[in-house]
Design a protein around this ligand. Structure first.
Ligand SMILES: [Zn+2]
Length: 316
């Protein structure tokens, strides 16, 4: 068990994580951040100020840490995350991995068409650092779409598994609310312990049997899109409550998948995105969960105990 957890400002222990949101993006720009988004300047100042404002908002609810699974092709901006973490004293955990299949194929080709070289890149980012920043990733992010897992996605899952087995880093996935059970099977067959996997966007599904299958397989379910348009939080909360009632609280983690500064994307916290911000779980969802019978202890388990266990490598 490796108890050191990489944040963008250096290693901490899993106990120091505290309340943790498992999937938020401080900054997204499809195709990677442009040069002017990486360097200091008026635009960077504006982005930093927007993000620091959100950190201060969630700090009021005792949130100490945030996992930002933005991959390189979604605009992962390491200097920006370092600046926000340093300014606020807040823990930001960043990711290696790849979001789109097209990127995976490009990266693989660039690295001599070798899936093993892709795994080696992930390992380098987890153990030595991302590019020349010295900032180490804490998690590996992988993606599958629908209706089936493609050949390239399968290969990407195996590269992630290899990097996870070699480094002990946990894996966070993207799903379309289906195929999380298949992701679990593929990753576990490749040697990743089930409790080092969070099946992301599980709240898109309301299928209790699907959720229970993943829990019984030993992984975590990410209810990580609270506030996102397309489904009401009442539905997500009801699905979560059913799992809490079934005794699965030790397998649940939460977040919003909110994007605090999205180049070319919507501005969260306004109009149709009014609830899609990182304080929504505390302001609107916890009251819903309590009304439905969840105890403070369940909420603490989901927000603090489970992230601590997930990153420490301890079993639920
Ligand atoms: Zn996301």
């Amino acid at each position: 068990m490796n108890d050191a957890v990489n944040t963008v400002a250096g290693p901490i222990t899993a106990d120091q994580l505290g309340r943790t949101l498992m999937h938020e993006h401080v900054f997204v720009q499809y195709g990677g951040p442009g040069a002017d988004m990486l360097k200091p300047g008026p635009q960077r100042d504006e982005i930093v100020s927007v993000c620091c404002e959100y950190v201060s908002k969630i700090s009021r609810f005792g949130v100490k840490s945030l996992v930002d699974p933005t991959t390189v092709d979604l605009g992962r901006n390491v200097p920006l995350m370092v600046e926000i973490a340093t300014k606020t004293g807040y823990n930001i955990l960043c990711a290696t991995g790849i979001y789109s299949t097209a990127t995976y194929l490009q990266v693989r080709e660039r690295l001599g068409n070798s899936p093993d070289a892709v795994a080696a890149l992930f390992i380098k980012e987890l153990t030595e650092g991302i590019n020349d920043t010295g900032v180490k990733a804490a998690v590996i992010k992988v993606v599958t779409g629908q209706p089936v897992i493609s050949e390239a996605e399968h290969e990407l899952l195996l590269a992630a598994a290899k990097a996870s087995v070699e480094t002990g880093a946990p894996i966070i996935t993207h799903t379309e609310g289906i195929l999380g059970d298949k992701q679990q099977q593929i990753l576990c067959s490749a040697g990743v312990p089930a409790h080092r996997i969070m099946i992301g966007h599980s709240c898109i599904s309301t299928d209790f049997a699907y959720h229970m299958g993943i829990v019984q397989g030993g992984s975590y379910l990410g209810f990580d899109r609270f506030g996102m348009p397309g489904m009401s939080d009442e539905v997500r909360a009801a699905t979560l409550l059913k799992l809490i009632e079934a005794g699965c609280a030790a397998h649940l983690m939460v977040s919003h998948d909110s994007v605090w500064y999205w180049v070319g994307g919507p501005k969260i916290g306004t109009g149709p995105y009014k609830n899609w911000h990182p304080a929504n779980f505390f302001e609107r969802v916890i009251p819903l969960l309590k009304q439905g019978g969840a105890a403070d202890e369940h909420i603490q388990t989901v927000l603090q105990e489970n992230p601590r266990r997930f990153f420490s490598g301890a079993k639920p």
